[in-house]
Design a protein around this ligand. Structure first.
Ligand SMILES: [Zn+2]
Length: 365
């Protein structure tokens, strides 16, 4: 498993560098083809090619399907390996994207090995879909993964697990990004302040208003994290803008935040507001993963593996499949820590365990 993980990691695959990502996709697809399964590349113009692998059911023509979902893109640009090499130390494997989520792909590959080598009957077609742009919002893969999910009885997402105990993610916050632009009117701050409409003041008032929507106990957060505005200190600011991070744990709360955003009205006479964006991934509510999690927990305990679950503050493609009403279980991937940072790593001895849990789920779903 480590050898394969090393090969996948050495093929750097940033979401925004197509040529590099395509090379990684080839290496991943080749590894699956060695297992005698059909692995096709779904060609993309500007993003890396997506990989679709199909394992036909054994001895049946069942059209039922299970989807194993993940992404092979990482947040690290080409060349990161030089300062962050793939290395193994103290039971951990380090390197760009090992935790998020190349080890998850490796575990899935070995889950398939487990099923094939033990001649376990596979009742449903299994589709493994590895996409190239999850880290930048899944624009080129969204339709594809949604279509695949609609044909599936269940979706297993190989995103990293939560915390050192490897909790599965049975709920995820919905995530969005809004941009609020204020149009004011410029004027000399000394000679004719009354002729101006201060876009920075208006934005400050709007941000104070949005701040009151935060309700951390319900999992609702609204954060203006980037602001810009104005030109010179003696010119009444004509324009300002804020980028706002939006999160909610419940679909109803997401809708409420969206309604409030849409209903924002200018507070200063003459100011105009323009709103762009909003939620792009709806919350994955716990109800959508409950049955699959119970099954995973039971199967794992039969192998003397303890599995627990938790809530993730970030979104993944699991949010998209859950939003379609398809039972989705996320966080089945690697156990480790420090995703998107120079210390990113996985716990090596957990890899076979996690592969075994996935194999059991695929054979029993
Ligand atoms: Zn990820």
């Amino acid at each position: 498993m480590l050898e394969v993980l090393r090969n996948f990691t050495l093929a750097e695959s940033p979401s925004t560098e197509k040529a590099a990502a395509d090379r990684c996709a080839e290496i991943i697809a080749a590894e699956w083809r060695k297992r005698g399964v059909e692995a096709s590349l779904i060609l993309q113009k500007s993003r890396g090619n997506h990989i679709r692998i199909v394992r036909k059911p054994s001895g049946t023509n069942s059209k039922r399907q299970l989807l194993v979902l993940g992404h092979y893109d990482t947040v690290y640009s080409t060349g990161t390996l030089q300062k962050m090499p793939f290395r193994v130390s103290g039971g951990k494997a380090y390197g760009p994207g090992v935790f998020d989520m190349k080890a998850g792909i490796v575990q899935s590959l070995f889950a398939l090995d487990i099923l094939q080598e033990t001649n376990t009957p596979i009742h449903k077609q299994i589709v493994f879909l590895w996409t190239s742009d999850e880290e930048i919002g899944s624009e080129s893969s969204r339709k594809l993964l949604e279509a695949e999910a609609r044909r599936s009885d269940a979706v297993f997402v190989l995103e990293p697990s939560l915390g050192p105990k490897g909790l599965l993610k049975t709920a995820r916050k919905g995530v969005g990004e809004a941009e609020l632009i204020v149009h004011g009117k410029a004027s000399h701050a000394g000679l004719a302040p009354e002729d101006g409409v201060n876009a920075v003041h208006e934005l400050a008032l709007q941000i104070a208003r949005m701040r009151a929507w935060n309700d951390p106990r319900r999992g609702v957060t609204v954060n203006a994290d980037v602001i810009q505005g104005g030109t010179r200190v003696n010119v009444i600011a004509e324009r300002s803008r804020a980028l706002i991070d939006l999160r909610a744990l419940r679909i109803a709360d997401m809708r409420a935040v969206e309604r409030k955003l849409q209903a924002l009205k200018p507070l200063l006479p003459g100011a105009k507001l323009e709103l762009k964006g909003g939620f792009n991934r709806a919350p994955m509510e716990r109800t959508i993963s409950a049955v699959l999690f119970a099954r995973a927990k039971k199967l794992a305990s039969g192998m003397e593996i303890q599995l627990d679950d938790g809530t993730a503050g970030g979104g993944s493609d699991g949010n998209l499949t859950a939003a379609l009403g398809i039972p989705t279980l996320d966080g089945l991937g690697a156990v480790g820590d420090a995703a998107h940072s120079v210390h990113e790593h996985i716990f090596i001895k957990k890899m076979p365990e996690r592969a075994a849990v996935l194999a059991a789920l695929l054979a029993n779903s």
